[in-house]
Design a protein around this ligand. Sequence first.
Ligand SMILES: *Cc1c(COP(=O)(O)O)cnc(C)c1O
Length: 428
Amino acid sequence: MSNYRIETKCVQGGYTPSNGEPRQIPIIQSTTFKYDSSSEMGKLFDLEAEGYFYSRLQNPTCDYVAAKICEMEGGTAAMLTSSGQAANFYAVFNIANCGDHVVSSSTIYGGTYNLFAVTMKKMGIDFTFVDPDCTEEELEAAFRPNTKAVFGETIANPALTVLDIEKFAKAAHAHNVPLILDNTFATPINCRPFEWGADIVTHSTTKYMDGHASGIGGCIVDSGNFDWMAHADKFPGLCTPDDSYHGITYAEKFGKEGAFITKATAQLMRDFGSTQSPQTAYLLNLGLESLHVRVERHCANALAVAKFLKNHEQIAWVSYPGLEGDKYYETAKKYMPNGTCGVISFGVKGGRKAAEDFMGHLKIASIETHVADARTCCLHPASSTHRQLNDKELLASGVSADLVRLSCGLENADDLIEDIAQALAAIK
Ligand SMILES: *Cc1c(COP(=O)(O)O)cnc(C)c1O
């Protein structure tokens, strides 16, 4: 599949049936797998042979879908997880332990911010949050001798900042650590972070990939580019024997192409068990088959709505990286020339109260804690997803009190615009 274009990979990647096998990926709804002898199964436990023995570690349906996403991102190995939260937790925890430090963009998803700043902090991992628009010097100053990774979002949810990927990759690599990027909003259709120097990509597959709000899921993809062994002192978990796995040294046995995902599967999946179910993976694959078609429409609808909002007297400001004149328009043009995402944020004149009233009058767009599915939906982050943040943290994460996040679905753009127009008229 690797020579085909991304549209073909969306439809056909990850699974190629042999003669007489099912055309659609089979749902292997089985927790376990049968073997003829204990010694055969023993080889799997020792990671000496490839195969399945227990679906908490690996399941064929999930692996077909992970392989498809891996091809779409241009990586060397991938795994599905139960959620985007699990994907980001595993991606960071796979290389950062108690006593370590991570540099992260401050404009990241609220759930990820909380995971890092509160929960992983309790585990002894320190995070320094930097403004994604910081200078190279400011970024440089965030690093410590015990820094193990740099983290950011290609397009931040909900701040819609677009990361200067090359700036972050350069800083990470100057300090011999990988850049981990959450590519949920851009999707590999619009941005392939590995082409710009990112080392690990994560996804909340819950969003555009699934695309129909049918299943929570996540994915981690490794570019295979980061040379762990060249910086073995920084990454003992990958570069020294794992006593809990018969003394295997992941980076030695699986090389830079496979070490990261094998370790995350063998250790973290084994111990934490955040697996995606085969049923959900099957639904995710149905979404992936049309991702390239849907993303294009999401972006076209969002651009039409953004242009309408920009010229409306009741709208205080509009943020959409695909809109000419947006602060991130040029950065977006560079890293995602074909489009950005279907999500817009804007402020309704009158602040918090006006925003909430406006949302109450929308008929097509429903109020949901969600983005990126076929149906248009909207949210007021300051009173919902981000309510655990104080005002200072809200501002640092790029969310103001009047911000309305609108996720444009696949409906007719004129219908969406007329719906917004009547809701604005109703609060006038
Ligand atoms: C939704 C989201 C997550 C969390 O994913 P879940 O599947 O809800 O756990 C992480 N990152 C981004 C950018 C998201 O939009």
